[in-house]
Write a protein that binds this ligand. Structure first.
Ligand code: SF4
Ligand code: SF4
Length: 690
């Protein structure tokens, strides 16, 4: 067919890959190998040097080789989440990743042909149909990279989003990519022109178009130009490979390594984010979080080099949005400066870099741990663990907000954060909702872990009572710990008091084990998350018999949805209402519970469910954890309240005591009085016919 179409035997439908570069004795051919080998050596040296620096960090598990993380990393690279939710940067990533992947494939095919197949077997396979497909793929991938490049340049120099800081390094790297791609296409176009525009070269469409303006020029004049352009292409490629371990571009290979080294997301879609728990050894050695840069784990240090400074974390950070002194991007890049300025070779001696010289207390205490930064970060950087590690060291020096201090003291001395009378912890149940304590009857399906909020806050008490009533009406057996329950310790853990957390968690775990608890349900998303993750890690670490973490944890929104689905909660006719559900960070972003609360609300007759512009994984934090620390969180609450208002809802349904308070407060600040906030349990109980 090839002969029929082009009047040539298939083996003549090809190109000389070393055309016009003086390769009579193979000098160019092997010279190119030496140049590329040298460039890869520089790249490898840079990465190994970085690895030595990371290795100074503390121990962390090494990623397994034979699990699914390779597929997870490849999926993250080739199917970026941003393609859907941030189309502009998604297209740039697709263009660069797919374009460069195809270019690497095409170059590898040439290397295999020239240095293996032809050298050892005298056979060239890039001929006929294979050559035609190869030519088309080469040109299209080059065009794809040029598209990504044009969009990246437009964004950095014309759109100039505030989250992106463009440096000279960025300009050099983008310029280098342009030189590589355009010189490759031009060298090919000049070769086509010199060879008299063979028909089959139309399969290199971009190169062929570039060749057209040269048709009237004597080929003898084109040959030296081709020679220069061809070498320009090779040398710029070598430069890019050599630089691929350093400067801005150097973060891309580390980003891939970091994604590979990150825990693989479970199939239920929940995040693997969990805070490390201090162990006996650390307590004995008096280690207190991250005081110097090497106190982070090696993975924590690798995180710093993996940041490509895209600024997505900053855009989604509620603290940054509310003008609090925190930008997660700045925090990561400042810590990188700290690592770089105190690296192996700085001033001849590695000097410990103190993190307090690079990150301020104001930055650390502005974080709500909402996880929005981590959810959006393409490099899978763990910001929250770093914040907590640094808080641990700051608090050990007494650099701690007064509100946090009061909270800890109240929990330590009185047993609860508000300093209320602890003997009243078990007195929140109303006559209608009262259920036994486990001491009275441990033979129940669920333990309702009430939490401090239920025990001491009147509004949460009402929600918890409504929930217990729903369970009783649905015939679910449930018990409570009453005065045997202790604060869950989540706030202590996240504010850096690991020892207080350990004491509280061990006391609760001992009760769970003593009563043989198999299923726990909570109303507070923070309790839900910490019981599900850090408690189990602690139980595993202790592994000493009196405690174990073999229990299931479910949030009340999930249990309500499941009872509705089973027909155990039914509804009476209800007036029509426009309702939205405000996703709490610790059930939504942290644990992928998005559908259940919405399914429950949709089941209520007369409900029209609307969404806030920022909902599900994009939902804005309410700022509750800052309010608990008596830090300025009002503006965050106002932002969330504005989201609620803009959704058009008349009822804001929440699944978290803190969200409810913050949204209520925000609506009040904004002077909006026609939106009611209510916990999902109260809303469902009001609407139910049982
Ligand atoms: S931390 Fe992640 S999201 Fe933030 S700038 Fe760096 S790479 Fe981008
Ligand atoms: S966890 Fe939330 S508040 Fe903290 S840095 Fe990330 S986005 Fe900002």
């Amino acid at each position: 067919v090839i002969r029929y179409i082009y009047g040539l035997p298939a083996h003549d439908v090809t190109r000389d890959f070393f055309f016009n570069v003086g390769d009579t004795f193979g000098i160019t051919k092997w010279g190119v190998v030496v140049l590329f080998a040298g460039s890869f050596a520089v790249f490898a040296f840079t990465i190994i040097w970085k690895m030595f620096i990371w290795a100074r960090g503390r121990h962390a598990e090494l990623p397994g080789i034979y699990d699914f993380r390779v597929f997870a990393a490849i999926k993250g690279l080739f199917l970026p989440k941003d393609f859907i939710r941030e189309w502009y940067s998604g297209i740039i990533q697709i263009a660069f990743v797919y374009g460069f992947a195809a270019i690497i494939l095409c170059t590898a095919a040439v290397a295999v042909q020239e240095y293996i197949s032809f050298l050892f077997f005298g056979h060239r396979f890039l001929t006929g149909y294979v050559y035609i497909i190869w030519s088309l793929l080469s040109d299209l991938s080059a065009l794809l990279v040029l598209l990504g490049l044009a969009m990246a340049v437009f964004r950095r120099w014309v759109l100039k989003p505030s989250r992106l800081k463009t440096t000279m390094g960025d300009a050099i790297i983008l310029g280098l990519v342009f030189v590589i791609i355009s010189s490759g296409l031009l060298a090919n176009g000049l070769r086509i022109a010199v060879n008299g525009y063979p028909n089959f070269e139309l399969w290199s469409p971009a190169s062929f178009i570039l060749a057209l303006p040269f048709w009237f020029i004597n080929p003898d004049y084109l040959l030296p130009v081709h020679f220069v352009v061809w070498w320009g292409h090779i040398l710029s490629e070598c430069m890019l490979i050599a630089f691929a371990g350093s400067y801005t571009i150097g973060h891309f290979p580390v980003l891939l390594m970091n994604v590979y080294s990150s825990p693989v997301q479970p199939e239920d879609g929940s995040q693997t984010w969990r805070l490390s728990i201090v162990n006996e050894e650390d307590i004995a050695s008096g280690r207190k979080g991250a005081e110097i840069i090497d106190d982070f784990t090696w993975k924590g240090l690798m995180d710093l080099d993996a940041c490509i400074e895209c600024g997505r974390c900053q855009d989604t950070c509620p603290a940054f949005l509310a003008d609090l002194p925190l930008s997660p991007k700045k925090m990561i890049t400042d810590l990188r400066f700290c690592m770089d300025e105190h690296n192996l070779f700085a001033n001849g001696e590695p000097r410990p870099g103190e993190v307090k010289d690079y990150v301020s207390a104001g930055e650390l205490w502005s974080c709500t741990h909402c996880g929005a930064c981590m959810e959006t970060c393409p490099a899978k950087i763990d910001h929250v663990q770093k914040v907590v590690d640094m808080r641990r060291s700051f608090s050990s020096r007494g650099d701690i907000p007064a509100g946090v201090c009061t909270h800890w003291n109240n929990v330590r001395e009185k047993g609860n954060p508000s300093g209320a009378d602890e003997s009243k912890r078990g007195s929140w149940m109303s006559a209608k909702s009262v259920v036994p304590t486990l001491a009275e009857n441990a033979d129940v399906e669920y333990l309702f872990f009430a939490g401090c909020s239920t025990a001491f806050d009147s509004e949460t008490m009402n929600a918890a009572n409504a929930f217990l009533q729903l369970l009783k009406n649905a015939g679910v057996t449930v018990g409570v710990l009453g005065t045997e329950e202790h604060c869950c310790g989540d706030f202590a853990l996240r504010t850096g008091n690991e020892e207080l957390f350990r004491d509280l968690a061990i006391s609760n775990l001992k009760n769970f084990t003593r009563y043989g608890v198999k299923k726990i349900v909570t109303i507070c998303p923070h309790g839900f998350n910490v019981l599900r993750k850090e408690y189990r890690d602690l139980a595993e670490q202790l592994d000493d018999g009196p405690v174990h973490g073999r229990y299931e944890v479910i949030h009340h929104t999930q249990l309500i949805a499941s009872l509705i689905a089973q027909g155990r909660i039914t509804f009476k006719g209800a007036p029509s209402s426009v309702v939205m559900f405000s996703d709490p960070c610790f059930i939504g972003r942290y644990n992928n519970v998005y559908d259940e609360p919405r399914n429950a609300l949709r089941a209520v007759p007369g409900v029209t469910l609307v969404e806030a512009a920022r909902s599900k994984e994009k939902a804005l934090c309410c700022g509750g954890p800052l309010a608990m620390a008596k830090a300025p969180a009002n503006r965050i609450g106002e932002f969330r309240a504005r989201d609620v208002h803009m959704s058009g809802a008349r009822i804001a349904v929440t699944g978290c005591p803190q969200c409810r308070k913050m949204i209520q407060g925000g609506l009040k600040e904004l002077g909006i009085d026609n939106i009611r906030t209510v916990d999902i349990a109260e809303f469902i109980l009001e609407s139910s016919g049982s």
